[in-house]
Design a protein around this ligand. Sequence first.
Ligand SMILES: NC(=O)c1ccc[n+]([C@@H]2O[C@H](COP(=O)([O-])OP(=O)(O)OC[C@H]3O[C@@H](n4cnc5c(N)ncnc54)[C@H](O)[C@@H]3O)[C@@H](O)[C@H]2O)c1
Length: 237
Amino acid sequence: MSETDQRVWLVVGASLDGIGAAIARAAAAQGDRVVITGVEAEPLSMPEGVAVYHQLDVCDTGAISALASQFSRLDVLVNCAAISRRDLEDDLDVFRQVIDVNLIGNFDVVRHFEAALIAARGVVINIASMYSFFGSPKVPAYGASKAAIHQLTKSLALKYAPHGVRVNAIAPGFVVTEQTKRGRADTVHYDAVISRTPFGRWGQPDDIAGPALFLASEQAEFVTGQTLVVDGGYSIG
Ligand SMILES: NC(=O)c1ccc[n+]([C@@H]2O[C@H](COP(=O)([O-])OP(=O)(O)OC[C@H]3O[C@@H](n4cnc5c(N)ncnc54)[C@H](O)[C@@H]3O)[C@@H](O)[C@H]2O)c1
């Protein structure tokens, strides 16, 4: 396959060996060209098959614009950048920061890559959460941001459908990553997730990669505006 035949992916928030990295690795393994970003200067490790890393703060609109100017086309944009501040989100500054990264940052990235996505008749995959649907007193800002991602996905899908761009989201269940490290240290929470999940375990980042490949593929060409729940059955009980 020549380089020009390769589909181009940008996975925003793939620097910490979490869900973004698993998606990036899976996309590269199917022969696509994958670029990743993270807020850190360097990624924890480069996902196998991925060669290009950009440091990007999704709250820095100028930096997003500069990165977008390097892409004349983009086949798949995955928005994985997010933070949660368990037990600290009652503070107004923290609340604002979480909304800024998780919601406004996501929107701003899509906005800046709009032309490249339209040029490729591309695909956007946002990452929602169980907290798009359920409340939690421990992460009120995170939950509000992820409920908004579920909603924003529909609005963006309507906006871009006339251009042949599909916009969907994945709502993962509870996955073992850096983001959930603090929560997993709370053994009551850790065990409660396992006992409520019919498959009896926390998810792994690779559990989210297959559904992302599906949403990015031609097999999903009539799917838009949807949030695909990938949670081992957590939400059905
Ligand atoms: N782990 C879970 O259980 C779980 C469940 C549901 C949804 N999610 C979502 O999946 C996505 C990936 O999460 P993860 O668990 O792999 O997390 P992670 O902590 O491993 O990775 C988060 C990524 O976001 C990036 N990031 C943080 N702040 C940023 C900023 N200001 N600008 C740009 N990038 C920034 C980090 O650099 C990192 O690459 C997130 O949207 C998260 O909310 C995770």
